[in-house]
Design a protein. Structure first.
Length: 187
């Protein structure tokens, strides 16, 4: 497995070894010891799977406040997405910086998103599926989101009118958020 550290601290792009032959392919998408060696040293407790019917569906930017903050290991298993990670830790030197990566069912890349970051993605194809592991359970009281088009973040989504849920369309801007995530908590 190859790994590349993104421009944001702790964010890791992972490229699994894929074994191909005339039948198709095989890969190990998660091996604890190998992940730890690449800087992904968390215990995942829940797997999530989303399906988006239409190209241009935007999900995010999502996170959970402390004490229920989540790290995520994200991959696209059908179709393709523009995956976005934004640093929302107010005491971080990279506060409000973001990175985007293209994850597809063909490139089989995965991205590790540590606690302290908001996460979202834009589907680039119809019938796209995304699967991700998290290291903390979903907690409705801690569940938060930030507007995808927050001018203080300036994320380049490559779309003018995405398909949004009501929750994401009415999300607060980061400056109005009650985000309590900090970099100085040993992350």
């Amino acid at each position: 497995m190859k790994s590349t550290h993104a421009s944001l601290p702790g964010v890791v792009l992972l490229e699994p070894a894929v074994h191909r032959d005339e039948r198709g392919w095989f890969m190990e998408s998660y091996v604890l010891e190998r992940m730890k060696a690449k800087g992904v040293d968390v215990t995942f407790v829940q797997d999530n799977h989303s399906f988006s019917l239409h190209r241009g569906t935007l999900r995010g930017l999502h996170f959970q406040n402390e004490p229920m903050a989540q790290s995520k290991l994200v991959r696209c298993t059908r179709g393709s997405i523009l995956d976005v990670v934004a640093d929302i830790r107010r005491d971080s030197p990279t506060f409000r910086h973001w990175a985007s990566l293209e994850l597809t069912s063909m490139n089989m890349r995965q991205v590790f998103v540590p606690k302290g970051y908001a996460h979202g993605f834009l589907t680039l194809e119809d019938s796209t599926e995304v699967q991700y592991k998290v290291d903390n359970y979903f907690d409705k009281r801690s569940d938060r989101n930030i507007r995808y088009d927050d001018p203080d973040l300036g994320i380049e989504w490559t779309i003018e009118r995405p398909i949004l849920s009501d929750k994401d369309a009415n999300a607060p801007f980061l400056k109005d958020s009650d985000c309590n995530l900090l970099a100085g908590k040993g992350r």
